[in-house]
Design a protein around this ligand. Structure first.
Ligand SMILES: *[C@@H]1O[C@H](CO)[C@@H](O)[C@H](O)[C@H]1NC(C)=O
Ligand SMILES: *[C@@H]1O[C@H](CO)[C@@H](O)[C@H](O)[C@H]1NC(C)=O
Ligand SMILES: *[C@@H]1O[C@H](CO)[C@@H](O)[C@H](O)[C@H]1NC(C)=O
Ligand SMILES: *[C@@H]1O[C@H](CO)[C@@H](O)[C@H](O)[C@H]1NC(C)=O
Length: 160
């Protein structure tokens, strides 16, 4: 079995018990690039709109709005959407990119008001992105066990 499928199923079960909203917004450095992970909940299949933006000097500017990349970020930014996760990828992070980043989500009937989270991003304080981002979710030993099973099998296989 593909381990990520198992993890996804487990996370889905765990998350279904929580109330809906943006769970977390985290930032990390992937090589020279900035990655923001915006985790959210949804109960319905209703269409979602989202926006990643950056606030600097009291001005908030969109980076990507529901797939539309702002002109200032053409060829630099993209967003990957997963079931409960939006990933903003910003190529070549530079000092000018420091500021407060926002993730805003609206899903009809899930949340009528924009759900919003922000994170202050300073390059020197950014952690390196973990290999498996799902692990950031501190979902206890059960998850670790689940992930380690295929690993152990792989080790077994190599040693044969
Ligand atoms: C909400 O969750 C369902 C699965 O329960 C999924 O099919 C759908 O794409 C999700 N919608 C959004 C906007 O993420
Ligand atoms: C889009 O995101 C991927 C990672 O998911 C990255 O490798 C790629 O460079 C990005 N492309 C642009 C144009 O930003
Ligand atoms: C960021 O969010 C916190 C609460 O989570 C809020 O107190 C703060 O004012 C927000 N910052 C900005 C710049 O909106
Ligand atoms: C992770 O979970 C443990 C207990 O399961 C807790 O003590 C710890 O504070 C959690 N860490 C984070 C970052 O939430």
């Amino acid at each position: 079995m593909n381990p990520t499928v198992g993890v996804a199923v487990l996370l889905t079960v765990l998350q279904a018990t929580q109330c809906q909203r943006i769970n977390s917004l985290t930032a990390c450095l992937l090589g020279q690039d900035l990655r923001l992970d915006c985790r959210y909940e949804n109960k319905t299949n209703n269409p979602m709109t989202y926006e990643f933006s950056l606030q600097k000097d009291n001005r908030k500017r969109a980076i990507v709005s529901t797939g539309i990349i702002d002109n200032n970020y053409k060829n630099r930014a993209n967003v990957t959407t997963y079931r409960n996760l939006l990933c903003l990828h910003l190529n070549g992070f530079k000092p000018d990119d420091e500021g407060v980043y926002f993730c805003e989500i609206r899903i009809t009937n899930d949340y009528e008001n924009n759900e919003k989270r922000n994170i202050s991003v300073i390059k020197d304080k950014l952690a390196k992105c973990a290999g498996i981002s799902l692990l950031i979710q501190n979902t206890s030993w059960l998850l670790l066990l689940l992930l380690s099973l295929p690993l152990l099998q792989a080790v077994d296989f190599v040693s044969l």
